[in-house]
Design a protein around this ligand. Sequence first.
Ligand SMILES: [Zn+2]
Length: 111
Amino acid sequence: MARRDQELFHGLIRMHVLLHAAREPIFGLAMKHELAHHGYRIGPGTLYPLLHGLERAGLLKPVSDGEGGRARRFYRITPRGRKALLAARAKVDELHHELHEAHLRRIVRTR
Ligand SMILES: [Zn+2]
């Protein structure tokens, strides 16, 4: 993914993160592999700030992996994160619809 295109995908990548964090506790490297599976190649310099940003926004929270002492930081989705994910899903569904519409509604009146 070209760097200049990343901005366009940022919201989609965040949705992937929230979706997986709703399923199970996630950590950076596992998420990096999952995103690569979806065709997003993002480095740690992008991913970790993104995870911290979602944490600061209250959408993810760090959880202990129960093994203690390891450097690996796991995250789970928060209730607010679930609400945000549901709202974003509705928007993506709508966008998906419009992307595949045969006759896109005109929004500019021409003479
Ligand atoms: Zn995924």
